[in-house]
Design a protein around this ligand. Structure first.
Ligand code: 26V
Length: 791
C-alpha cells in the first residue's frame, strides 16, 4: 500500500465511517480513520489464515487467559504490516504529526502485570510463527485502575478505555452462548442434569492479531456478559425503572472490571463467576468448531490444545469433563483422560497467598455439578495412586492448583529455577506421582514490540549492521558481536541510548514536570509494587547513598536518577506505604541543593505498557532485586537486557538464565540464593543481625523513623521500618549490604563509558534467546504438539 493509497483510505473512513468533514476533524477522528484504514489491511490475511487452518485440518491452540495486557494496537499493526513509511507519508501529506496520532490511542490495560503481558507477547508470536491459535479472555469494560498520586499516596480511579470507540474489534452477536450458575443437579439413571438458577449470555468480540509482515493472523476473542432475559418492559411501564434495569446491570457486572490482584471475600463470588463465564464460553466455542469439522470425539486431542494461563481458567478441567460426559454421553472413565489430553497448565507463582482456593460451599452453590465432578476426578486419582498426599479438595477448600495439575497432561513453569522449585515445593507430591508432567518453558518477549517498535534508534542501528532478519529470528542478534570491538559501532550504540534518554527526559518534563539529566545513569525499577519485589530495598539504598553524598558533597559521585514505576493493589496496604515512602524520599532528595546534582528520584504515575515502552529503551540499569525464589520469571528483565540496560539482580526467576546468556561479567549479581534465603530465615534474629552489621542501613532506617521524609508525622513509615528490622520475611536487611556493594561497583563501571557501552551492547547481542518466538516454539513442540501453517 502506498502513502497515497493510505491517505485516500484515511479520508474515505473519516468521511464515510465516521461522518466527519476533514475541515473539522480532531486528532481523535484522524486516529480512528487511520485505525480503520490499517484494520482493513488486516482482514484479508486474517481470512486467509482462518481458511488455511481449516484446509490443513490443523491442530489449533486455544490460549485461555483472564488477562491480555495488549497496550496500544495501532503502531503494532502498522509495524507488523510494514506500513510505517506509508503512514509517515500519508499523515505528513494530511498535515498531521505522526507521533501525536499514534500516541492518541489509549492503552488496552486488560491485565495486572507479567501474566497478562506474557499472554499478549504470546499472541504476537503465535501469529508471527503461523501457528493457528485463538486467545480467549474477558472484554472488561474497565481495565486496570488509573493511578495518580496525592501528596505521594496512590489514588485509584476507574479506567475508561471503552469510552472511546474501540476500532480494532468486530462484534459477533451471532457467536453467543448461555452460561449458567447455581441451581440444582438431578440424576436421571446414570445421567446428571444440571439446571442452573441464573444465566448470562457470553457474546464474542474478535480482534485480529497480525503477525510479522502480515503473513498470518490469529484471533483474540473476548467475551462480554449480557442478560439472557429481554428488557423487563412490565416493570418499566409501572415506573419501576430500577427493577427494569436490574437484570442488565447484574449480568454486565461479570465483565465490568478487571480484578486488581487483591481478591476480597466479597469479590470472591464474582471472581469465580468471571472465571467460569469465560472458560465455559470458550470451551463451548472450541467444541462447536471441532464438531463442525469432525464427528469423532476421540480426535479431540489431535485437533485441540487448550492452554490454561494460571489456575484462573482451571475450571476448564471439570467443565470439559461435564461437556463430554453429561452432554455427549462419553463414559466418565474415558471423558477424564480425553479432557486431560487436550489441557495443559502454566503456573506463574509459588507465593502461597496467590494460589487460588475456593471454599467448597461457594463452589457447591455456584457450580454444583462441577463440585461433584471435582470430587469424582479426585477419587479416581486417589484410587489410581494410593500413596498420594495432595488432594483437590482439602479442609473445606477446593485447591485450583491441584485441579489444574490433575486435569493437565503437561504443567509448566516459566523459568528454569521456578520449574525446579515447583517440583520441590508446591507440586512435590504430584510430581513424584507424575514425573513426566512438569516441563519448563522459560518466558520470552516479542521483539516486534519491545525492540523494533519501542526502540527505533537501536533497531535502525541493528538492521544497518546485520539486516532485518533479527525481527522474527532474534538469535541473529549474535551477529552484532563482531561489531562490538569496532569503536564506530559502539559510538552509534551510545548515541542511540543517549537519544532515547533525551526523548524520555523531554517527555517527563512535558507530561509530569520532572527534570532528568540525560548524562546521569537512568536506574529503573518498573513492575507491580510488592514486598517480594523489594522496591523498599532500592529506596533504602537510595537514602543511604543520599546520606553519604551529604557527608561528602565534593566527592566524585556518579550521577543517578532512580526511576520507579508501578501500581499497588488497592487493598495491599504495605505496598501502598512503599509508594508513599518512595515519593516522600523523592520530594526531599529532589529539593536538596547539595545532593540533587548527583541523585534524584522520578516516579511517574500510572505505569502501563506505553510508559514501559518509553522507559525501557532509555534505561542504563535494570533493577531485578526480588528475594531469591519468589519471582517466577520476570519478563521486564528480558526487555531491559535486550535494550542494552545492565541488570543489577539476584539469582531469581529468569535472571539466572539472563546472566548465563549475557555472561556473568556483564551482569551485576548480588544477594542470597534461594537456598541461602531458606537458611537465613531459620535465624530468628536475621534482621537485627544484619542491621547491627551495617551502619549505613541502620542510619537509613533511623532517618525514616526520625521523620526526615515525613516531618509532619514521624511514624508515617513505621510499618516499613518495623518490618525491615523485625520479621523481614523478604530479607531486605540481610541483602542490603551486598546490594550496596553491587551498586558501588556499578557507579565505578558507569564512569568508564566505553566499557559500559560494550557491556550494554553485549547484553543486546546475547539476548536473542529471550524472544517469545522461542518460547512459543517450545510450547508447540513439548506441550501442544502443534505445527505452523503457511497461509
Ligand atoms: C498474584 C497475587 C494475588 C494475591 C496477592 C498476592 C499476589 C502476588 C502475585 C500474584 C501474581 C500471580 C501471577 C503472576 O502474574 N505471575 C507473574 O507471571 C509472569 C509471567 O509468567 C512472571 O514473569 C512473573 O515473575 C510472575 O510474578
Amino acid at each position: 500500500m502506498t502513502a497515497v493509497e493510505l491517505r485516500d483510505a484515511i479520508l474515505r473512513h473519516l468521511t464515510y465511517s465516521l461522518g466527519k468533514d476533514p475541515e473539522h476533524a480532531t486528532l481523535y477522528d484522524w486516529r480512528l480513520a487511520l485505525s480503520y484504514a490499517i484494520r482493513d489491511q488486516m482482514v484479508d490475511p486474517w481470512f486467509a489464515s482462518t481458511r488455511a487452518a481449516y484446509a490443513h485440518q490443523s491442530k489449533r491452540v486455544y490460549y485461555l487467559s483472564m488477562e491480555f495486557l495488549i497496550g496500544r494496537l495501532l503502531e503494532d499493526g502498522v509495524i507488523n504490516l510494514g506500513l510505517m513509511d506509508a503512514v509517515d507519508g500519508a499523515l505528513t501529506d494530511l498535515g498531521l504529526d505522526v507521533d501525536a496520532v499514534l500516541h492518541d490511542e489509549p492503552d488496552a490495560a486488560l491485565g495486572n502485570g507479567g501474566l497478562g503481558r506474557l499472554a499478549a507477547c504470546f499472541l504476537d508470536s503465535l501469529s508471527t510463527i503461523g501457528c493457528p491459535a485463538i486467545g480467549y479472555g474477558i472484554r472488561y469494560e474497565h481495565g486496570l485502575f488509573r493511578q495518580s498520586f496525592d501528596h505521594g499516596r496512590q489514588i485509584e480511579a476507574p479506567e475508561q478505555w471503552l469510552q472511546q470507540e474501540h476500532t480494532w474489534e468486530f462484534e459477533r452477536p451471532e457467536a453467543a452462548f448461555t452460561i449458567g450458575f447455581g441451581g440444582a443437579v438431578a440424576s436421571h439413571g446414570k445421567h446428571a442434569v444440571w439446571t442452573p438458577a441464573e444465566t448470562v449470555s457470553a457474546q464474542a468480540h474478535d480482534t485480529p492479531v497480525i503477525g510479522w509482515k502480515g503473513r498470518w493472523a490469529n484471533t483474540l476473542r473476548l467475551w462480554g456478559a449480557f442478560p439472557t432475559a429481554g428488557f423487563d418492559l412490565d416493570s418499566f411501564n409501572r415506573g419501576d425503572y430500577v427493577a427494569a434495569a436490574e437484570p442488565e446491570a447484574l449480568a454486565r457486572t461479570i465483565s465490568r472490571v478487571l480484578y486488581p490482584d487483591d481478591t476480597t471475600e466479597d469479590g470472591k463470588r464474582l471472581r469465580l463467576k468471571q472465571e467460569f463465564f469465560f472458560t465455559a464460553a470458550s470451551l463451548r466455542d472450541i467444541l462447536r468448531r471441532f464438531e463442525s469439522e469432525y464427528d469423532d470425539l476421540g480426535k479431540l486431542p489431535s485437533k485441540v490444545a487448550i492452554q490454561l494461563n494460571d489456575t484462573h481458567p482451571a475450571i476448564a478441567g471439570p467443565e470439559l469433563v461435564r461437556l463430554l460426559h453429561d452432554e455427549r454421553a462419553v463414559p466418565l472413565d474415558e471423558a477424564i483422560p480425553l479432557a486431560r489430553a487436550c489441557l495443559s497448565y502454566t503456573n506463574h507463582t509459588l507465593l502461597p497467598e496467590a494460589l487460588e482456593k475456593w471454599s467448597e460451599a461457594l463452589m457447591t452453590d455456584l457450580l454444583p455439578r462441577h463440585m461433584q465432578l471435582i470430587e469424582a476426578i479426585d477419587s479416581d486419582h486417589a484410587a489410581k495412586h494410593p500413596t498420594r498426599k495432595a488432594s483437590m479438595v482439602d479442609g473445606g477448600e477446593v485447591h485450583m492448583g491441584e485441579v489444574a495439575f490433575g486435569m493437565a497432561h503437561k504443567v509448566n513453569g516459566v523459568s528454569a529455577l521456578h520449574t525446579d522449585l515447583m517440583k520441590k515445593t508446591v507440586f512435590a507430591d504430584l510430581h513424584r506421582l507424575h514425573p513426566d508432567r512438569i516441563v519448563n518453558q522459560t518466558n520470552g518477549v516479542t521483539p516486534r514490540r519491545w525492540l523494533l517498535s519501542a526502540n527505533h534508534k537501536l533497531s535502525a542501528l541493528i538492521t544497518d549492521c546485520i539486516g532485518e532478519g533479527w525481527v522474527d529470528d532474534l538469535e541473529q542478534l549474535a551477529g552484532l558481536e563482531p561489531h562490538i570491538s569496532d569503536a564506530g559501532f559502539l559510538d552509534r550504540y551510545a548515541a542511540a541510548k543517549r537519544d532515547n534518554k533525551v526523548a524520555l527526559a523531554n517527555w517527563l518534563a512535558g507530561a509530569h514536570d520532572m527534570t532528568l539529566d540525560p548524562d546521569a545513569m537512568f536506574d529503573v525499577q518498573i513492575k507491580r509494587i510488592h514486598e517480594y519485589k523489594r522496591q523498599h530495598l532500592n529506596i533504602l539504598e537510595t537514602i543511604a547513598l543520599w546520606q553519604e553524598i551529604r557527608d561528602n558533597p565534593n566527592g566524585d559521585w556518579t550521577p543517578r536518577v532512580k526511576v520507579f514505576g508501578g501500581k499497588a493493589a488497592p487493598g495491599y496496604v504495605f505496598a501502598k506505604q512503599i509508594i508513599h515512602l518512595i515519593n516522600a524520599v523523592g520530594k526531599v532528595l529532589n529539593a536538596d541543593p547539595v545532593t540533587s546534582k548527583f541523585l534524584t528520584v522520578a516516579y511517574p504515575p500510572n505505569y502501563n505498557v506505553t510508559l514501559a515502552e518509553r522507559l525501557i529503551p532509555a534505561a542504563d540499569l535494570s533493577e531485578q532485586i526480588s528475594t531469591a525464589g519468589k519471582e517466577a520469571s520476570g519478563t521486564g528483565n528480558m526487555k531491559f537486557a535486550l535494550n542494552g540496560a545492565l541488570t543489577v539482580g539476584t539469582l531469581d526467576g529468569a535472571n539466572v538464565e539472563i546472566r548465563e546468556h549475557v555472561g556473568p561479567e556483564n551482569f551485576f549479581l548480588f544477594g542470597m540464593t534461594a537456598d541461602e534465603v531458606d537458611a537465613e530465615r531459620a535465624n530468628p534474629a536475621h534482621a537485627t543481625d544484619a542491621i547491627g552489621a551495617d551502619p549505613r542501613l541502620k542510619r537509613a532506617l533511623d532517618a525514616i523513623n526520625a521523620g526526615t521524609f515525613s516531618p509532619e508525622a514521624k511514624d508515617q513509615f513505621k510499618a516499613i521500618t518495623d518490618n525491615v528490622s523485625g520479621h523481614d520475611y523478604f530479607l531486605v536487611a540481610s541483602d542490603f549490604t551486598d546490594y550496596w556493594r553491587a551498586q558501588r561497583e556499578i557507579d565505578a563501571a558507569f564512569r568508564d563509558p566505553k566499557a559500559w557501552m560494550r557491556m550494554a551492547a553485549l547484553n543486546t547481542a546475547r539476548s536473542g534467546w529471550f524472544s517469545s518466538d522461542r518460547t512459543i516454539r517450545g510450547y508447540m513442540d513439548e506441550v501442544w504438539g502443534a505445527q505452523a501453517v503457511q497461509a
